[in-house]
Write a protein that binds this ligand. Structure first.
Ligand code: AHM
Ligand code: MG
Length: 357
């Protein structure tokens, strides 16, 4: 009989990969796992409880909040506050980041950016929703951490993960050494290692996009969709289209089966809909660690320098060859869509003027 390994056991085992680690990151991941179990319990009884439905408040992006969004947000903030390993929680549901001003936490090393309940419009119809998190190490060394501590590039993440509350509940995370998935066994209330060392196939045949927005897509995306729908036996086209409308659900499926998830700019979301800090970066870290690619159509998502907490980003993420193809078409047909092009380097920065010979 196979031996079950719980998330807690796995985290402790992996701590040995980081010889100088004092266990703070492990405790932080454990705190997130515990809060996720509580949120899972509520999500699973959503159809029964009165909690279902709009909370009547609107979040910073002007979208209606569902009651479970509010519940999940509170739950994660409270778990991270009492855990003591995190000095700031930045959440998609709050206008400003939440500093944790307790004697233990204010000097804590880590910052957590979190989308507590992504895809929450799916709750009412019993489709997959999830939590996405990104963990950063604070840059400043003392006092209260600041916005500058939060606004770090995706490449600086020390860990990232998601929890999918689907037909079963899973936690998938990376600390930069591959990606592992844990399925919640409700009979023992533990996440158990079920998908070790996940790898996204290099070539995929599934594309996920809200095609209802077709008319508003950049030309490069329109060309990609025509390419995906064209018949070509050699490349296994036409591809299959699958779109749940829950990023975690779509990306999780594509991670396992191969595929691409896309949320480009549209006329109503000229910078894209998804948020760099809560959705783009953590999903990019996971997919890259699984061997895939994450791009804004031109640039690696994790290289984008964030300037605002709730910054949006176009997202093309999944199997490497599929993302390469969309980048090729974006460059050819929609160069004006390159919103995050790195600033041109000056000659001085390039060390050409009076520099090295
Ligand atoms: P949310 O954070 O408000 O839930 O929005 C993010 C979600 C993604 O999970 C999903 O892929 C996308 O929005 C769906 O958007 P649309 O309904 O425009 O297709
Ligand atoms: Mg979201």
């Amino acid at each position: 009989m196979a031996v079950i390994k719980t998330l807690g056991q796995f985290i402790i085992e992996k701590q040995a990969d980081f010889p100088y680690a004092k266990g703070e990151l492990s405790r932080l991941l454990r705190d997130i796992g515990i809060a996720a179990k509580i949120v899972n319990r509520e999500v699973n009884k959503a159809g029964l409880a009165e909690i279902l439905g709009d909370a009547g408040t609107v979040n910073v992006q002007g979208e209606d909040q569902k009651k479970l969004d509010v519940f999940a947000n509170m739950q994660f903030i409270s778990a991270l506050t009492s855990g003591g390993e995190c000095c700031i929680v930045a959440t998609e549901e709050e206008d400003e980041f939440v500093p944790i001003d307790s004697p233990v936490s204010k000097n804590a090393k880590y910052i957590v950016c979190i989308d507590p309940l992504d895809g929450s419009s799916n709750i009412d119809v019993n489709a997959a929703v999830g939590t996405i998190f990104s963990i950063l190490r604070r840059k400043s060394v003392e006092g209260m951490a600041t916005l500058e501590d939060v606004l770090q590039k995706g490449t600086e993440q020390v860990a990232a993960g998601y929890v999918i509350y689907g037909s079963s509940t899973m936690m998938v995370y990376t600390t930069g050494k591959g990606v592992n998935g844990f399925t919640l066994d409700p009979s023992i209330g533990e996440f158990c290692l079920s998908h070790p060392d996940l790898k996204v196939p290099e070539e995929g045949y599934i594309y996920s996009i809200n095609e209802g927005n077709y008319v508003h897509f950049p030309e490069g995306v329109k060309k990609y969709l025509k390419y995906a729908q064209a018949e070509d036996a050699a490349t296994n086209r036409p591809y299959t289209s699958r779109y749940i409308g829950s990023m975690i659900g779509d990306v999780h499926r594509n991670l396992i089966k191969g595929g691409i998830y896309m949320y480009p700019t549209t006329s109503s979301s000229p910078k894209g809909k998804l948020r760099l800090m809560y959705e783009g970066n953590p999903m990019a870290f996971i997919i890259e660690q699984a061997g895939g690619t994450a791009s804004d159509g031109f640039n690696r998502i994790m290289d984008i320098v964030p300037t605002e907490l709730h910054q949006r980003v176009p997202v093309f993420i999944g199997s490497k060859k599929m993302v390469d193809k969309i980048e090729e078409l974006m460059k050819e047909y929609s160069p004006e869509n390159n919103l995050n092009a790195p600033a041109e380097k000056t000659l001085e920065q390039l060390n050409i003027v009076g520099g090295i010979d």
